[in-house]
Ligand binder design. Structure first.
Ligand code: NDP
Ligand code: NHF
Length: 287
């Protein structure tokens, strides 16, 4: 990958850019200004979700930019309360309306249903997936996938799906690398996307990372973003400052050595999702 516009080819042939901008909490001021700044910084790939409340601001920022819709890659997601065949189709319709567009590039199930409390989780995940398959077959979305799914959740869908998931978006950063899920997806040609690729700032004070970043002449954030790219994973960093938005794209001019990749991949595991058996069980508290 040479710059953030370079793409991976998904398992259905659609191109997925190798680095995007995450919009969770990117409109805290309840306006389109931050996302507009991200477009000015050069981002064309935006990750949103019905849960974020940023879809309308993304639409407004795109409108203000004057950049044609086709130049953007837009992902949205169905939230936990929008599971089920009919619900997910209605959720998708609402996302299109909020985003003021007639298609999405990628649509994801945001979380699998929890196994505790949902004895029918397998069936409900499958029914929700049927809804996504239908939206895909109708041409309303170019690719469909999942988020926060572990291998057994994906296996459940693969049992009788018509369309294979193209993507799994999971928490991924040094110190939370979900090796089992990453390996499973990469073997099955499911593209892994990294949420919180810089660990929501929690990694910025880490001495080992600071020292390593210093050796490459980059920031800890850049080191983390580059780490995902070298793993063949799509980082979706969020920033609300122009300087950091640009810094987070400037990750194609250095190469992390194999030895350092190993060190980054074997740090003690602590994450936000904390639910993933292959990534340690320590959950980082929400601030
Ligand atoms: N599928 C899912 O369940 C989830 C998906 N996501 C997606 O992933 C995206 C990114 O994840 P997110 O949780 O926001 O975490 P990130 O790892 O992107 O971290 C964002 C934080 O890091 C700071 N930051 C960004 N760039 C720099 C930099 N260069 N130097 C120092 N600090 C920096 C930001 O501050 P500042 O804004 O001040 O720059 C912000 O506080 C989300 O926006 C969302 O789109 C996130 C969580 C779950
Ligand atoms: O996308 C998301 C943004 O962050 C939230 C809080 O950690 C997550 O629950 C959610 O999946």
């Amino acid at each position: 990958m040479k710059n953030m516009y370079d793409c991976y080819t998904l398992n259905n042939g659609v191109k997925n850019p190798c680095l995007g901008y995450g919009t969770y909490k990117a409109a805290d001021g309840k306006s389109a200004d931050i996302i507009q700044m991200a477009i000015e910084a050069g981002y064309r790939y935006f990750d949103t979700a019905s849960f974020y409340g940023t879809e309308e601001y993304l639409a407004e920022a795109i409108r203000r930019s004057g950049v044609p819709r086709e130049e953007f890659f837009i992902t949205s997601k169905a939230w936990k309360t929008q599971m089920g065949y009919e619900n997910v189709k209605e959720a998708f319709r609402q996302s299109l309306e909020a985003l003021k567009t007639d298609y999405l590039d990628l649509y994801l199930i945001h979380w699998p249903l929890p196994e505790e409390g949902y004895s029918n989780w397998k069936q409900l995940d499958k029914e929700t997936w049927r809804g996504l398959e239908e939206l895909y077959e109708e041409g309303k979305v170019k690719a469909i996938g999942v988020s926060n799914f572990l291998p057994h959740h994906i296996e459940n869908l693969l049992e009788d799906c018509r369309v294979r998931p193209a993507v799994d978006q999971i928490e991924f950063h040094p110190g939370y690398t979900q090796e089992m899920t990453v390996r499973y997806c990469q073997e099955k040609d499911i593209l892994v996307q990294a949420w919180s690729p810089i660990g929501r700032r929690a990694l910025l004070d880490n001495e080992m990372l600071q020292e390593m970043a210093g050796q490459y002449g980059v920031s800890v954030a850049q080191l983390c973003i580059r780490y995902a790219i070298q793993r063949g994973i799509v980082p979706l960093p969020k920033s609300s400052a122009m300087e950091r938005m640009k810094q987070n794209q400037d990750v194609f001019g250095f190469e992390i050595t194999e030895e350092d990749m190993y060190r980054l991949g074997t740090m003690p595991q602590t994450g936000w999702s904390g639910l993933h058996p292959d990534a340690g069980s320590v959950r980082r508290p929400e601030k």
